[in-house]
Ligand binder design. Structure first.
Ligand SMILES: Nc1ncnc2c1ncn2[C@@H]1O[C@H](COP(=O)(O)OP(=O)(O)O)[C@@H](O)[C@H]1O
Ligand SMILES: [Mg+2]
Length: 458
C-alpha cells in the first residue's frame, strides 16, 4: 500500500509543484496551497477547537480557459487525493428532476473506490499473473492423479509420471512466458465477462445510495461459464479474475471512504450559474437558490449515505469556480458565501502567457506533439518565431471570435499540424520537421482573416 499517500506538502512546496504545470495565476495557487495545508492543520488540532475552525473553501473567479480547473486537478493529482468535478448548474433542488446534490459525494466515493482498487490490484497483479499462468498450464497439461507405481526391490525405478509431467510443465511454462503459445486457442472457465447482465433499478435508487446491482448480484449464484479465447487473452482474463479474488474489497472500501473524508476535493464548476442575480424575481431563481440551500449542509459538513457506507463531508475541500459575468459572489445566499470565505481572481492570459504555456509546463502542448511524433521517429521543432506567431494568432482569435483562453491553443495547433499528422510517417523520409513563423502564417493567416472561417475552424 502506498502508505500515507497524502503527502503533507507545505504551501510553498505545493506552489512549486503547481508551477510545473500552470503559468501565472499566483494568487489562486497560493490560496489553494494554503487551503490544502489548513485542512491538514485542522485535522491535527484538538477535537474541541477543531469543530470551530471553518474549512478554507475557495471561489475561483475568472474567465474560461485560464487555469481554474487545471489548478484544482493538479492539486488533487500531486497529493493523490480523490477529485471530482461537477457543474453546479447540473443540480436541481430536492424534489425536482435532475441530479441531487448529494450525488457528488457518491460519485467522489465511487472514484475513490476505483482508485484504491486499482492500487491494490497492482500490488497483487504479479501474484495473480502467476496463478493464471499455472491455471493455463493445468489446462494444457493436466496434473497427474495416479500415484507412482510401487517399485519392486532391486529394480531401478522408472521415471514416474509425476516427474515427467513436471518436466513437461517446466518446458511449457517457458514457452508460455516467451509468448510462443499466445495465438493458440484455449477453453477455460470464468466468472467474469460474458454474463453481461446489468440490473437497472427503479429510477433514482442509485442516487439514494442503494446498490441494486450488488443486491441482485449477491442473490444469484456466481455462474461459471466456459469461454474460448487465445491463450494471450485467457491469461489476461484469468489474471484479472485472480486479482479480484486476492484483494480485500472490505478493506478497499474502508480505505476509499477514509481518503474521501480526509483528502477529497470537490470542484464545483459554474457556481455562478446557481447564483441568482441581485434583482430578485421568480422563475428559475427559486430553484437556483434551492440548489444553494441543498449544497449548504454538504459544504458545512454532514453525512451522506453511499453504497459503500456513510461518508462524512466535514473535511472535504470544496473549490468553486465561475466566470461571474452576470452574477457576483455576493449574489449567493449569505450562508453559502460564509462557507466559501476565500475568493481569488484569475487573470486573462496574455500573448506572453501563451508563449510560456506552449513551451514551459511539463505537459506543454508543443512537448505533447513532439512526443506523439517521436513515436514515428519524427523530430519536430518550433522556431521561436513560430511560437510567437501561434501565441499572437490565439490572442487575435480570442479577441475577435470568442475568448476561450488557453483552450484556443489546442484548436490552433490541431489545425496547424493537421497535414503533418496525416503525412507522417509516409511522406517524411528524413524524420525532421522544423516549423517557422512563415509556415504558421501560411497555414493560418487566411483562416484568421476570414471571421466566419475562423469561427468554424479555430
Ligand atoms: N495558466 C495556465 N497555464 C497553463 N495551462 C493553462 C493555463 N490556463 C489554462 N491552461 C490550459 O488550458 C486548458 C483549459 O484550462 P482549464 O483550467 O480547464 O480552464 P478553466 O479556467 O475554464 O477551468 C487546459 O488544457 C489547461 O492546461
Ligand atoms: Mg473549467
Amino acid at each position: 500500500m502506498k502508505k500515507n499517500i497524502m503527502k503533507n506538502l507545505t504551501p510553498s512546496q505545493i506552489v512549486t509543484e503547481l508551477n510545473k504545470y500552470i503559468i501565472g495565476q499566483d494568487d489562486a495557487k497560493r490560496a489553494v496551497a494554503i487551503a490544502l495545508r489548513n485542512r491538514w492543520r485542522r485535522q491535527q488540532v484538538a477535537e474541541g477547537i477543531r469543530e470551530e475552525i471553518m474549512p478554507n473553501n475557495i471561489i475561483m473567479i475568472g474567465p474560461t480557459g485560464v487555469g481554474k480547473t487545471e489548478i484544482a486537478r493538479r492539486l488533487a493529482k500531486l497529493t493523490g487525493a480523490p477529485f471530482y468535478k461537477v457543474e453546479a448548474s447540473k443540480f436541481t433542488e430536492v424534489g425536482y428532476v435532475g441530479r441531487d446534490v448529494e450525488s457528488m459525494i457518491r460519485d467522489l466515493t465511487e472514484l475513490s473506490v476505483n482508485m484504491v482498487k486499482a492500487e491494490q490490484t497492482e500490488l497483487v497483479q504479479e501474484k495473480a499473473n502467476k496463478i493464471a499462468e499455472e491455471k493455463i498450464l493445468d489446462l494444457l497439461i493436466p496434473p497427474v492423479k495416479t500415484p507412482p507405481k510401487p517399485v519392486a526391490e532391486g529394480e531401478v525405478p522408472e521415471e514416474s509420471e509425476a516427474v515427467r509431467n513436471e518436466k513437461t510443465r517446466v518446458w511449457m511454462r517457458e514457452k508460455l512466458r516467451k509468448g510462443e503459445l499466445d495465438e493458440k486457442m484455449i477453453e477455460f472457465d470464468t466468472t467474469t465477462g460474458g454474463i453481461g447482465m446489468q440490473v437497472v433499478g427503479p429510477f433514482g435508487m442509485d442516487d439514494m445510495g442503494i446498490n441494486i446491482q450488488e443486491i441482485v448480484g449477491s442473490m444469484m449464484p456466481k455462474k461459471r461459464k466456459k469461454r474460448k479465447t487465445t491463450i494471450k487473452e485467457a491469461r489476461k482474463i484469468l489474471a484479472q479474475e485472480e486479482a479480484q479474488k486476492l484483494i480485500d474489497m472490505d478493506n478497499v472500501q474502508k480505505e476509499a471512504i477514509k481518503r474521501v473524508q480526509e483528502t477529497g476535493i470537490v470542484f464545483l464548476d459554474e457556481i455562478d450559474k446557481v447564483a441568482g442575480n441581485s434583482k430578485g424575481g421568480h422563475g428559475p431563481d427559486v430553484s437556483r437558490e434551492g440548489v444553494q440551500r441543498d449544497l449548504l449542509p454538504i459544504v458545512e459538513g454532514s453525512t451522506v449515505n453511499t453504497k459503500y457506507g456513510p461518508v462524512k463531508t466535514d473535511h472535504i475541500l470544496f473549490l468553486a469556480s465561475g466566470a461571474f459575468h452576470v452574477s457576483k459572489p455576493s449574489d449567493l445566499i449569505p450562508e453559502l458565501q460564509g462557507r466559501f470565505p476565500i475568493r481569488v481572481e484569475l487573470k486573462s492570459l496574455t500573448e506572453e502567457d501563451f508563449i510560456k504555456i506552449l513551451t514551459i509546463p511539463e505537459n506543454a502542448l508543443l512537448k505533447q506533439y513532439a512526443a506523439l511524433l517521436q513515436t514515428e521517429k519524427v523530430e519536430i521543432t518550433f522556431e521561436d518565431e513560430a511560437i510567437r506567431e501561434i501565441a499572437k494568432i490565439a490572442t487575435i482569435v480570442n479577441e475577435e471570435v470568442e475568448n476561450i483562453g488557453a483552450r484556443r491553443l489546442h484548436t490552433i495547433l490541431t489545425t496547424l499540424l493537421e497535414d503533418i499528422l496525416f503525412d507522417v510517417p509516409d511522406k517524411m523520409p528524413d524524420g525532421k520537421i522544423k516549423i517557422n513563423g512563415e509556415m504558421v502564417n501560411e497555414k493560418l493567416d487566411s483562416i484568421v482573416k476570414n471571421r466566419d472561417l475562423s469561427k468554424y475552424i479555430l
